[in-house]
Design a protein around this ligand. Structure first.
Ligand SMILES: [Fe+2]
Length: 385
């Protein structure tokens, strides 16, 4: 996140002697991205973070592709994804390309036996159902319905759920995920026209520090494999850190919609950006107020973007027969638009309660075998009168 955060104990100067009460030095770690050019955090550990005891297993979790070149519009019934006890097992990749993966997950249990680290990708976890606590090496974040959790690549975490009824929509991104540049000034401060501001970004305020030795299993994701690594010290042994690279939470309910006299284009809903895709939040809002306005969107061809919409709650006015947990995929190369009757139906309406998350990718998405299990094969004909 492009603003500074400090938590726990740190020395006055970086790269200087910082000792425990018994005189032993803390282990300093610079945790950075994009070489030494991206955002980084300087952290201080009870133990050296390098103590690998064993590399015990390695296995592929790469998604199996059903359609690599797809031009068919799809609807996927997300809540048909079967709940699984284990968090990592529960993560089913639905759509993927070289830049990102879109994952549905219905985990029943907290991660208690292992820690997890994704070295390949930033993870954006949208909480559709469930609540709990994300525990990370850089502190904890409480979460609930409507939260986005952004976990930059490489941050070790566990996730604790309050109940077994959880539904997550996850985007794994091989490019760093930022908030939109156009809403920030030269210093990184969010500007007055931004639909959210720094007060809406929840940073870790609770740091758990364990100075323990033993066998600690970290499941590390790298290049489509999970590699099980056993470390000799507890991964959450940070006594303090400062910098710009840390996990944070943002609630979709804190996104302030931008509205106008006539239909506003999707970029007004933009919440996150990368150089390979954008993420938008469609939230309850007042409709357009020109006397002749048509609130439903017009037909459109994003000729070179795949558009993925994840329906969270409310009545999605431009679509017929769409329910919570559904995903629509409108691929690049063909136009899409309101369903029959939706345009007339929208006229005169003054507000919407819709809640949805959209991911627009600049390269085509491949459809996985997991996606085909929950696919509506006739959706592409749903615009016929
Ligand atoms: Fe669209």
């Amino acid at each position: 996140m492009p603003f500074y955060h400090k938590l726990g104990k740190i020395p006055h100067k970086r790269h200087t002697q910082f000792r425990k009460p018994d005189g032993i030095l803390y282990s300093e770690q610079l945790f950075g991205t994009i070489g030494f050019d991206g955002m980084s955090t300087n952290s201080y550990h009870e133990q050296r973070p390098t103590q690998v005891k064993a590399i015990s297993k390695q296995y592929s979790v790469a998604p199996k592709i059903a359609k690599s070149n797809n031009i068919k519009s799809y609807r996927f019934k997300g809540f048909q994804v079967k709940p699984e006890n284990d968090y990592l097992v529960s993560r089913k990749t639905i759509l993927t390309n070289n830049d990102c993966s879109i994952i549905l997950s219905a985990p029943k249990q907290s991660t208690s036996e292992y820690f997890y680290k994704n070295t390949d990708a930033d993870e954006l976890i949208f909480v559709h159902k469930g609540s709990g606590k994300l525990r990370t090496m850089f502190g904890n974040l409480d979460f609930k319905y409507g939260d986005y959790l952004l976990i930059p690549r490489g941050i070790i975490y566990k996730i604790d759920f309050d109940s077994e009824d959880n539904r997550l929509f996850i985007v794994e991104s091989h490019r760093p995920i930022y908030t939109p540049k156009r809403y920030r000034n030269w210093f990184g401060q969010l500007l007055e026209h931004s639909p959210f501001c720094e007060r809406d970004i929840r940073r870790p305020e609770e740091l758990e520090t364990y100075n323990e030795k033993g066998d600690f299993l970290i499941k590390v994701k790298k290049q489509g494999d999970i590699i099980e690594m056993v470390y000799a010290s507890h991964p959450f042994d940070v006594v303090g850190y400062d910098g710009y690279n840390y996990p944070y939470a943002f609630s979709i309910h804190d996104f302030e919609p931008i509205t106008g006299r006539i239909h506003q284009p999707p970029p007004v809903h933009q919440t996150f950006e990368t150089d390979a895709f954008v993420v938008c939040s469609f939230v309850p809002r007042l409709y357009d107020y020109h006397p002749q306005s048509i609130p439903a969107p017009y037909n459109h061809s994003n000729i070179d973007s795949d558009e993925v919409l994840y329906y969270v709650d409310g009545d999605f006015m431009s679509r017929n027969d769409v329910e919570e947990g559904h995903i629509s995929l409108h691929p690049a190369g063909i136009p899409h638009g309101p369903h029959p009757g939706a345009t007339e139906r929208s006229i005169g309406k003054t507000k919407t309660d819709e809640l949805a998350v959209m991911v627009d990718t600049f390269k085509p998405l491949m459809v996985t075998e997991e996606a085909m299990k929950i696919a509506d094969e006739d959706y592409h004909k749903s615009w016929l009168e």
